[in-house]
Ligand binder design. Structure first.
Ligand code: FAD
Ligand code: SIN
Length: 538
């Protein structure tokens, strides 16, 4: 396989790229609406971020809670960049989405009163997070969706979205049968996040920003990429790299506290909600304390939680594997890359500016998260918007779609490890202009010297594609992070510690004619809640 010689062809009304919560929810809905759906997943049935979700799903509780309250908490966490209409629309869809999931067989934990049990996480004003299997919510969501029986082509990766005058015409993909084309008028990008931009992440290995790269190359807009959420409490083990076990925020919701190596509270005096402040606040507090004390981690003290192992079986197992017993030991933790708050710009039905191209889940930027996602709002978004895309895609039925030119299948890329080191060192919890500009120069230098000889084996082709997706996304991210000369949400600049009113807007990015990511200077979005932008990339 040395070029894009096409070895197989297929046809569909909708191609769903991604087998996590957003993709499978959309696939199922579209199929119920009578569309011929083809779903691709480059991994296996559980190689998704969905599988690893712990804390739960944020959904308005029947008593002592309201849509207004959930909207308010979301908008507060989003630090001025949420689209309030999108927030309300998605929050309002929560109960029906969870009902649909339970109808599929998903089982949520019950309390002693027989009602669905709800926990609390950072930034939430009340206990509204429903969960399953204690801390295995994602595994239950994935299980229920997988069991719904949607056919999925596993081990198949999308390479390019092909577009024409009427929008989407098809997808070029690679599978164990080599390169193929799928003729289709509608494509959903439900490819998850970009945690693999960093050396340590809670995300699985496949979280390589493919959706962002596919969307940019197809002419769509991305925004809010600079807002990378670093989860405050990821299990720390010396030298640990790659996917790291999460210690859910729900552990703090049940009473655990953050202490430093001298036994002092990490968050005392930092925020009225203390250890349950929004994630950006807690991650910054931990980073600052680690810097002051010259340590590479702090501790979570969960020893006072009754029945810890029963409530948090997944976390208990991860800790025991690392030689830590949370019932008697402090748990060493440090922040790590967790969630991409921005993504492909869409409306609340997943539509992008490219007719027939949709995005949902972590890959998308609906305006729900703004500058910082509220805990457990992601599964909610995947369920609600996934369902809506499955319905919206009916609008493309009957549009003639034929791929006539497959185009290139290799794209500029740099070595993954080098990229992860750059991003970890210069685009982490706290950044500054010199570091971000230096990272961009280094990236461009590495790009100049990279061997881009096409790989021949399918696994290597996919690995190269992932590296190219990470490379392009890092470039886009560094452009906006450099331009955002302020601190807001989870974008913290040590050289600009305050928020600036004139930057209270998203910075949308598209590919310029030269193939470089550029900030869009006027709001030309058909669907867009993206406010007018006047800043230019340096
Ligand atoms: P994923 O579930 O990541 O699925 C992406 C899919 O796309 C995969 O099937 C992958 O193989 C496929 N794919 C990617 N690229 C390609 C390509 N080029 N071609 C073909 N297929 C491709 N959120 C919450 O709301 N509550 C929580 O408690 C919570 N806990 C979390 C805990 C952890 C450890 C992690 C990592 C995340 C957590 N999140 C949580 C976030 C949430 O799980 C994710 O944001 C969400 O599951 C993403 O779903 P998705 O469908 O968008 O993508
Ligand atoms: C967690 O359980 O702390 C993760 C929840 C989330 O990312 O939404």
């Amino acid at each position: 396989m040395s070029d894009t010689t096409i070895g197989w062809e297929a046809e569909a009304d909708l191609v769903v790229i991604g087998g996590g919560v957003a993709g499978l929810t959309a696939a199922r809905t579209a199929s119920l609406r009578g569309l011929r759906v083809l779903t691709l997943s480059k991994g296996g049935p559980t190689d998704t971020s969905t599988q690893y979700a712990q804390g739960g799903i944020a959904v308005v509780a029947p008593h002592g809670d309201s849509v207004d309250s959930h909207v308010q908490d979301t908008v507060t966490a989003g630090a001025g960049l949420c689209d309030p209409e999108a927030v309300r629309s998605i929050v309002e869809g929560g109960r029906d989405a969870v009902t649909a999931l339970t109808d599929l067989g998903a089982v949520f934990d019950l309390g002693r009163d027989g009602q669905v049990s709800r926990t609390r996480e950072g930034g939430h004003s009340t206990r509204r997070i429903i969960h399953a299997g204690g801390d295995a919510t994602g595994a239950e969501v994935q299980r229920a969706l997988n069991a719904a029986g949607m056919p999925v082509l596993f081990g198949a990766a999308a390479v390019r979205i092909v577009t024409g005058a009427d929008g989407v015409q098809g997808v070029v993909a690679v599978s164990d049968k080599g390169f193929g084309v799928i003729h289709t008028p509608a494509v959903l990008l439900a490819t998850g996040g970009f945690g693999q931009l960093y050396a340590c992440s809670t995300n699985p290995p496949g979280a390589t920003a493919d959706g962002i790269a596919l969307a940019l190359r197809a002419g769509a807009t991305v925004a809010d990429l600079e807002f990378v959420q670093f989860h405050p409490t990821v299990l720390f083990t010396p030298g640990g790299l790659g996917r790291r076990p999460l210690i859910s925020e729900a552990v703090r919701g049940e009473g655990a506290t953050l202490v430093d190596s001298e036994g002092n509270s990490v968050t005392a005096g930092v925020h009225p909600r203390g250890d349950l402040a929004p994630r950006d606040v807690v991650s910054r507090a931990i980073a600052a304390r680690m810097q002051t004390l010259g340590t590479d981690h702090v501790y979570l003290d969960a020893r006072a939680i009754d029945g810890f192992a029963g409530r948090f079986p997944t976390i208990t197992a991860s800790c025991l594997e690392a030689g830590i017993d949370p019932r008697g030991d402090l748990i060493p933790v440090a922040p790590a890359a967790h969630y991409q708050c921005g993504g492909i710009v869409t409306d609340t039905h997943g539509r992008t500016v490219v007719p027939g191209l949709y995005a949902a889940g972590e890959a998308a930027r609906t305006g729900l998260h703004g500058a910082n996602r509220l805990a457990s709002n992601s599964l909610l978004e995947g369920l609600v918007v996934g369902e809506r895309v499955g319905t919206a895609a009916v609008e493309r039925r009957g549009v003639a779609a034929r791929v006539t030119e497959a185009g290139p299948a290799t794209f500029p890329r740099i070595d993954r490890k080098a990229l992860q080191e750059l991003m970890t060192d210069h685009a982490g919890v706290v950044r500054d202009g010199d570091g971000l500009r230096g990272a961009m120069l280094r990236l461009l230098g590495l790009l100049g010297g990279t061997d881009t000889t096409p790989s021949t084996e399918t696994a290597s082709v996919i690995r190269d594609l992932e590296d190219a997706s990470l490379t392009l996304t890092a470039r886009a991210m560094l452009v906006v992070a450099t331009t955002r000369t302020e601190s807001r949400g989870c974008h913290t600049r040590s050289d600009y510690p305050d928020s600036r009113d004139e930057l209270r807007r998203s910075l949308p990015v598209r590919l310029g004619p030269d193939g470089r990511p550029q900030i869009v200077t006027a709001n030309a979005e058909r669907t867009g809640p993206v406010p007018l932008v006047t800043a230019r990339a340096s």
